[in-house]
Write a protein that binds this ligand. Structure first.
Ligand SMILES: [Zn+2]
Length: 276
C-alpha cells in the first residue's frame, strides 16, 4: 500500500477512515475516483463485548487494504467471523475471495456467484454473528443484487451504493432498474420513519447523520431528474447520449458514461409507465 492516493497534507484514508457508530467503524480503501468518491468504505461491525466482527464489503483486491482491515479487527481484540457483501460491483466485492482466504471466513451475498460457503443472504435474514443483530434489507435498483444492512442497536443502516455519503448514485441499467430503486428508497425511508434509523453508513463518502433527510433528498433528486428526462424526450432528444448531454450538462463529463446508464434506466421506466 502506498500513500499515493492521499491529497497533500491529508492523512491516508482522510476524514472518513475510522468514523462510524458504536458498533461500526470504516476502513477506507485506497481506490478514490470520480465513481468511488474517496474510495470504498469497508465496514467492520461488532458487538462491544464480542470477540467476533463482521466485515461488510472487503473492497477491491488490494492486499494492503485487506490486511489493514484484518489488523484493525485484531487491534480491537477480535477476529473476523463473517464477511458480507452489499452487492457485486468490483470495488466492493473483488477482494472478498482473498479476504475470506486470509480470515478463514465465509462470504455471504445475495448473488450465489459471490458466495463462499453454504449460506446466502435473503430478505428478512438476520445476521447474528458474535451477538450482533444485522437485518438484511433488500434494496435493488443500483444493481439487482443490492442489499442494505440494518443495525438497529446503533439506529444505523449500511447502504452500500444505494445511498452514498456525497452526491447521488447511479442506476446501473439494465441490471439496475429505476422502479426497484425508488421502491428501495421508500423502504429505507420507512426504516428512518418507523424503525429509528438516524445514521447512514454508506459504501462511499462520509457517514450521514440525517438518514431521513438523505433519503428524502434522493427521492426528490430522482423525481427531478426523471422530469428533466421526460422534458428532454418531449423536446426531441431521442438517444440516451442526447438526453445525457442535455440533462447532465452540469455534471462532470467523466461521469457521463454512468449517467447514460441511469438515463437508459429512466427511459425504460418512462416507457413502462406510458409517460413517453
Ligand atoms: Zn456499486
Amino acid at each position: 500500500m502506498t500513500d499515493a492516493s492521499a491529497l497533500p497534507g491529508q492523512p491516508r484514508g482522510g476524514p472518513i477512515d475510522g468514523t462510524g457508530t458504536a458498533r461500526a467503524v470504516c476502513v477506507l480503501a485506497p481506490n478514490p475516483s470520480p465513481m468511488t468518491l474517496d474510495g470504498t468504505n469497508t465496514w467492520i461491525v461488532a458487538e462491544p463485548d464480542s470477540p467476533l466482527a463482521v466485515v461488510v464489503d472487503p473492497g477491491p483486491l488490494d492486499e494492503g487494504h485487506l490486511r489493514q482491515v484484518i489488523g484493525t479487527v485484531e487491534r480491537s481484540g477480535r477476529r473476523v467471523g463473517l464477511t458480507l457483501l452489499t452487492h457485486g460491483h468490483w470495488d466492493h466485492a473483488e477482494g472478498a475471495a482473498r479476504f475470506a482466504e486470509l480470515t478463514g471466513t465465509a462470504v455471504r451475498a445475495l448473488d450465489p456467484a459471490l458466495r463462499l460457503g453454504d449460506e446466502g443472504l435473503a430478505a428478512g435474514d438476520v445476521v447474528t454473528t458474535g451477538g450482533l443483530e444485522l437485518r438484511v434489507v433488500p434494496t435493488p435498483g443500483h444493481t439487482s443484487d443490492s442489499l442494505s444492512f440494518h443495525l438497529p442497536a446503533d439506529g444505523a443502516v449500511l447502504t452500500g451504493d444505494t445511498v452514498l455519503g456525497r452526491g447521488t448514485t447511479m442506476v446501473a441499467h439494465p441490471d439496475g432498474r429505476l422502479g426497484e430503486y425508488l421502491d428501495s428508497l421508500r423502504r429505507l425511508r420507512s426504516l428512518t420513519v418507523d424503525d429509528g434509523v438516524r445514521t447512514v453508513l454508506p459504501g462511499h463518502g462520509p457517514v450521514l447523520d440525517d438518514a431521513q433527510g438523505a433519503v428524502e433528498y434522493y427521492l426528490a433528486h430522482r423525481a427531478s431528474r426523471l422530469a428533466q428526462v421526460e422534458t428532454a424526450v418531449e423536446a426531441g432528444h431521442r438517444t440516451p447520449g442526447e438526453v445525457v448531454a442535455h440533462v447532465y450538462a452540469d455534471v462532470d463529463r467523466s461521469l457521463w458514461p454512468a449517467a447514460e446508464l441511469s438515463v437508459r434506466a429512466q427511459l425504460e421506466y418512462l416507457e413502462e409507465h406510458g409517460l413517453v
